[in-house]
Ligand binder design. Structure first.
Ligand code: DGL
Length: 271
């Protein structure tokens, strides 16, 4: 196997990163992917930066041991606090989700205020305001930690009165501060896309642009592989391997909803 046809390694603390896998498989159907969800230790978003760095290094090593050609960190929390460390420690390209999301938000905002929803860890890191500022000095960035959204998604509560009220509660302060572009700064949140869009439009009294970082990330990965000339040379669809650190059965049950189709077999591994 040439390095072109080596798989991409993708990891997240759990299920959320599958939204990035879905976008990658749509944009780059010939790439094979090994996905690792660290379901034994999810959530990362409530943990200290040091702990997230340690967990992230463990996940990345599993993927490098399997010969991946690049790693896509499909977790905003890890991208916010551990990306630099991963790049220093690993001898292969590491791409995160924050820069693509911030670039898409800055482009859509064209100087308007950008709102960011994310985990406590992502918001506390200040990674989004820094990343948006690198693309636009005109847009103000307002942020809101939304810790209840991950458990709602993990439970499959994607619509109805409870998620609606929770989403509204988190959107209210950033919309009130002028956000008309809202970044879903957590890989779980695209599952709530329609609900967030509806409530944001309603609170703003007009259309709000909601940015799903998963698609922007897939575009960035595609550009990166093209520029490095390491796109897969295979002619058929790439494979997908799913690894988790705990509860493979319940992961498989929910994975279909993230992937938009039946998932392959899920294998449990130890880190
Ligand atoms: N996937 C994580 C992220 O994008 C959220 C879940 C967690 O807190 O571990 O930040």
């Amino acid at each position: 196997m040439t390095s072109h046809d080596a798989p991409l390694g993708v990891f997240d603390s759990g299920l959320g990163g599958l939204t990035v896998v879905r976008a990658l498989r749509e944009r780059l159907p010939r790439e094979s992917i090994i996905y690792l969800g660290d379901t034994a230790r999810v959530p990362y978003g409530t943990r200290s930066a040091d702990t997230v760095v340690r967990y992230a290094l463990g996940c990345a090593r599993v993927l490098t041991d399997r010969g991946v050609k690049a790693i896509v960190v499909a977790c905003n929390t890890v991208s916010a606090v551990a990306l630099e460390r991963l790049r220093i420690e690993l001898d292969l390209p590491v791409l995160g989700v924050i820069e693509p999301g911030a670039r898409a938000a800055a482009a859509a905002a064209a100087g308007a205020t950008v709102g960011v929803l994310g985990t406590a860890g992502t918001i506390a890191s200040g990674a989004y305001p820094r990343a948006v500022a690198a693309f636009s000095t005109r847009s103000e960035v307002v942020t809101q930690a939304a810790p209840m959204l991950v458990p709602l998604v993990e439970e499959g509560w994607l619509d109805g009165e409870v998620p609606r009220l929770v989403v509204r509660r988190y959107l209210e302060p950033i919309v009130a501060r002028g956000a008309r572009v809202i970044v879903l700064g957590c890989t779980h949140y695209p599952l709530l896309f329609d609900l967030i869009q509806r409530e944001a439009d309603d609170l703003a009294g007009g259309p709000v642009h909601v940015v799903d970082g998963a698609r922007a990330t897939a575009e960035t990965v595609a550009t990166f592989l093209e520029e490095r000339a390491v796109l897969s040379t295979r002619t058929e669809r790439g494979s997908l391997e799913l690894l988790v650190t705990d509860l493979p059965k319940s992961f498989a049950d929910v994975a279909g909803r993230f992937l938009g189709g039946p998932p392959p077999e899920v294998t449990q591994i130890d880190l």
